[in-house]
Each structure stands twice: as C-alpha cells, then as structure tokens.
Design a protein around this ligand. Sequence first.
Ligand SMILES: *Cc1c(COP(=O)(O)O)cnc(C)c1O
Length: 480
Amino acid sequence: MGNAKNRNFPRALRLWRRARGKKISMDKPIQFFSTNLKSGNLRFHEALLKGQAPDKGLYLPVSIPQIPVEEIIDFGRKEYWEIAYHVTKRFLKGEISDDELITIARDSYNYEVPLEHVSDRKYVMRLDRGPTASFKDFAARMMGRLMQYYLQTGNRRLLILTATSGDTGSAVANAFYGLDNIDIVVLFPKDEVTDRQRKQMTTLGKNVNVLALDAKFDDCQALVKQAFADASLDHLGLSSANSINIGRLVPQIVYFFYAYAKLSSPGEQIIFSVPSGNFGDMMGGVLAMKMGLPVRRFIIATNQNDEFPNYLNSGKYNKIEPSRNCISSAMNVGHPSNLARLVALYGGIMDEKGAILRSADMERMRKELWGISITDAETRKTIDEAWKQWKLLLEPHGSVGWTGLMKYILEQGDNFKKDQLCVSLETAHPAKFPDEINKITGIDPELPQSLQGIDNKPEFFTDLPNNYTSFKSWLNTNFK
Ligand SMILES: *Cc1c(COP(=O)(O)O)cnc(C)c1O
C-alpha cells in the first residue's frame, strides 16, 4: 500500500516530465496476482486478455494504488470521463500512453451519469444511461476498447465467451459489436431474461453469437468456466468478459469516486448501497475505498440469494445451488464469482468452488460492509412506495439497493445522522422491466433511445442443450 513517500514520488516525476515536455513512462507497471496463488503474476494487458488465471483464480493488483484525498476532491470539477482517466491510469501505468487512455475514456463515457436527489442527503446514482441501459456498459465499453487496443498492437484475435443473467450479455455484445479482432459468444438462461434483455443481444448479428440454454445462469457460467479450463480449446484463443475479468473491475471503481467528488462536503464519509449479484460492482467500490475514498460503509444488498449476508454474519460460506429465481433477475447468483477477490482483499483465500482455505478478517469486513437480503415482496413494495413518496422510479435491482439502505437506516436507529451522505446505485433502466413497473406503479417508463425500435428487429440465436459436450462441439464447428 502507498505511503507518503511513494505518493509524492510520482507527482514529482510528472512535474519533471511535464517540464521536459515529454511523455516517458518511468512508472513500473502494477503486477496482478491470482487469488488461488498458483499462477504467476502478470501485467494488466496480460490479465485482461486472459480473463481467468490458469489456476482458476481471479486477478487482483499486488499493490493497491492510492489517490490522495485532495485529488479526489478536485475530481468534483471534472467530467466523468476525466475522472475515469485519472482513476484507471493508476492501474495502467506503463501499459498505455496517456493520450491513448484519454481517447478510450472519452469514447467509453459519452453519456450522462445522473445523481438524483431523493431526500435529505440521500441520492440515487443512475448508471443506466449507457447504450444498453445497464450499469454493465460502464465496464464493458472500457474493457472492449482496451482489449481492441492490445489485440491490434499484438496483431491477435480473441474469442470472448460470456455467460449472462440478463445484462452482461447485451452490454458486452454491444461494446464489442463490429470489432475486427474479436468474436463473441453469449450464453443465457432461456427463461430468466426478459424479452427486451434477450433482444438487446439477439438483434445484433455480425460477430455476436448467442446461445439459449434451458438452464440456470450458474449452469451457463459453469460451461464457460469449463471451456476456459479445457486445454484442447487453446487454439480458439478464448477469453472472458464476465466480471471475473480484471478489465471489467477497474472501470467499475470510477463511479464511486465520481459520486463522492460531486456530492461530498470537505472531510465527510459516504455510505453506498450496492445491489449485488456477482459482486463485481461492489468490488469496484471496495477497491475505491482501499485506494483512499472516504467510505463509512458499503451496504451489500442481495435478493433472496442470501449466501453473502449469511457468510458475513456467520463466517461460514454456503453457496446456493441452484440459485433462487427473483425479479431482480440479473442478481440471481448462488455463488458470486467475485467473492474470491473480496475474501483476498480481507486476507483470506477462497477457491473457485467457494471453499475457504484461509479465513478472512471477518471483523474488519463487518465494520466496512453490511449485508442484507431483500425479498421480492419487499422489492415490489419499495418500488411502489418510492414512487408514491418521492417520485423516485426504481426497477427491481435498484429497488433492492434502496431497500437495503432503508433497512440499514432502521437498524442503526439513533446512530444514523440525518445529514449522512448516502448513495444507492440504480443499475438498470426501469424501461427494461415494463411489466413489473406498470403492475406496481401504473406508469409506463419511457424507453431510452437505445431500446427504441428493438421490438421489431429480427433475432438470431441458437438453442443449445445444457451440457459441455454440446457446447464444445458447437464451438469447434463454428470457430477454427
Ligand atoms: C449485473 C447486474 C447487477 C449485479 O452486479 P454484480 O456486479 O454482478 O454484483 C445488478 N443489477 C443489474 C441490472 C445488473 O445487470
């Protein structure tokens, strides 16, 4: 971790470089290790193109770069893409030129990131204004552009495999659509995505291939993981765009800095509520905190897949198989793939199956994180009440986050101060869940631009049986 000396050194270097009018990257690149500790360390671009580590662990930075609080406060005057540049370059030093990274950040974040005031100092951050109207656009757009950059430089091709519980597939497909060096295969559970979510993936075509499985999200993810571990598929150049990829994680750190910088008063701490499934979103937040963002607490709100709140309380981890079907469908995850990263950040080791090989510092975890599971009935009730009380329009995922915040405030009682700054994340656009929203509130959320016209476009997808043999033979037939 950074100390004062380390932190001042790069600044001096920057000033020196600026004075000489040259861009010389003298910073040593950050190394990334695998949470299973059995694969060697890699640099960012290598971890990005690999996805999962060969030992089935997930990559994390060996040392976490620090951002001084004065600089965080200064972000308040910057645009979103500029903050994205300043935060992500901490992980990409020596890996890409400043100009190149600025271009990528500007290009990735050409849409609004509204911070909607609700009451007192409580806000909802709307991460739903990207091209597929889900927060996954934040990660996918930057990751796609970074991958393209490194593939072009190395004259390489990749075949991206991704399992989706709804929104990853469309965000990734959209972010990679039409890129020269990349093909995409998306696997989705047939009955667990809405028509609109499906159409956002299946109406693209070109280099986007979509497979429909009569299965759960976890089954889709298991097939993808098995393909990655299968040496006989090495010739396909497989990589992942799921939240196991470090390239997804790094861009998700940015909006936590953004919200704090735009809303905070000097010296204060913030509370975030993060609706969580695979825990990529909340890992972005926890990394932001470890980089120096003044966070009082993260509320980790899950749906009825409550394995994490149970783990936080008991220190014992039991995944849920099969995962439970809830209306916040993108969070129907019985074993969050990023949990191994979280455990690692708190000094423990969790393998890819969810076994805890060394326990994490649970006491510290409980101080920094508060977990809560929200039922579908509560999710619906909050959508209704938030609309009636504040004209706050939530969809099921954002409602889980907001309900989590309300429960936290109740539990804290007098310890919760009215002027406490709180930001709850809204991760999808309400128009993606028109039936549910209409049933509860009686209103029809207006379609964002990106979803208009989609209902009438032709769809392309293949039905595939839920077994590895079929999947592998489909891959071998379609890609050589
Ligand atoms: C993916 C997703 C989530 C969960 O995010 P994780 O990073 O997997 O925890 C929440 N809401 C929506 C709309 C999503 O698409």
